[in-house]
Ligand binder design. Structure first.
Ligand code: 13P
Length: 287
């Protein structure tokens, strides 16, 4: 059964570790992420962007797949199904589809509109027992064709949004989605400290969790990061293992072209990556 991310966020914030939030892309991803979380005895958030939701033939299908894999694999760790970077309408659709958590990303809207829409969705989530993430200050890099500039969030705006009753807050601290460019100066711990001093115990979310050095991630966790989003590193691990399989000619040997064989090394690589991240985030054995 899916749970909201409320309790896991509270526990992570109080226990100084972070919950891994892994983006799903298809059935293989769903199986691999849930298997890894179970093997690590770690609470986990699985999430889709609106683009990935479309790719997987709709949010209802995503919810069904996640629920069915939980049942089939006898997953007992807490699992939240979350919408990543939702629009207002996308949030509504995921609430209807049975998600247990949403992110409303109003960071590209005028601030007052972000506040108003976030507030409205907080009320709906409260009524349904769902968790809600909000965002202040766009996060750089590319996500579903939307490119931000890697700005840092304004701590006063963070405080205003945090006070609306959200579960967790995503705020730009120099992080970027996708592969970090050569010469990236690193996370802005000064900004993170300034945000933390305004929002207190509010769990903070680090987007663009792929490719940040482990020590930097752990420092961020010490400063209040309680949810870390990872997508690109799992995609790269999957692609690399699949490439090695094909380059070794294995798809041309025997029935190596069978998707159950062809996609197995990539799936195993996702399991390994998720387990590695869970160890770095400190959420192993916190289920
Ligand atoms: P990466 O693809 O950089 O890991 O970022 C994932 C993310 O933040 C999704 O919102």
């Amino acid at each position: 059964m899916l749970v909201s991310a409320k309790q896991m966020m509270k526990d992570a914030r109080a226990g100084h570790y972070a919950i891994g939030a892994f983006n799903l892309n298809n059935l293989e991803w769903t199986k691999a992420v849930l298997q890894a979380a179970q093997e690590k005895n770690a609470p986990v958030i699985v999430q889709v962007s609106e683009g990935a939701g479309k790719y997987m033939d709709g949010f209802k299908n995503v919810a069904d797949i996640v629920n069915n894999v939980i049942a089939y694999q006898n997953i007992t760790v807490p699992v939240a199904l979350h919408l990543d970077h939702g629009t207002y309408d996308g949030c509504k659709a995921c609430i209807d589809a049975g998600f247990s958590s949403i992110m409303f990303d109003g960071s590209s809207l005028p601030f007052e509109e972000n506040v108003a829409k976030t507030k409205e969705l907080v009320a709906i989530c409260e009524e349904k027992g769902m968790s809600i993430e909000a965002e202040v200050g766009a996060i750089g890099g590319e996500e579903d064709g939307v490119v931000g500039m890697g700005e840092c969030a304004d701590p006063d705006e963070c405080k205003k949004i945090a006070d609306l009753g959200i579960t967790m807050l995503a705020a730009g601290i120099g992080n970027i989605h996708g592969v970090y460019p050569e010469g990236w100066p690193g996370l802005r711990f000064d900004v993170l400290e300034a945000i933390k001093s305004k929002v207190g115990e509010m769990p903070l979310v680090l987007h663009g969790g792929s490719g940040i050095p482990d020590e930097m991630v752990q420092q961020a966790i010490k400063l209040g990061i309680s949810k870390i989003n990872v997508n690109t590193e799992c995609q790269i691990a999957f692609a690399k293992a699949t490439r090695a399989y094909i380059e070794a000619g294995k798809d041309q040997a025997g029935k190596g072209f069978d998707p159950r064989k062809l996609l197995a090394p990539g799936s195993a690589a996702i399991v390994d990556m998720v387990k590695y991240k869970i160890d770095v985030f400190g959420s192993a054995n916190k289920a």
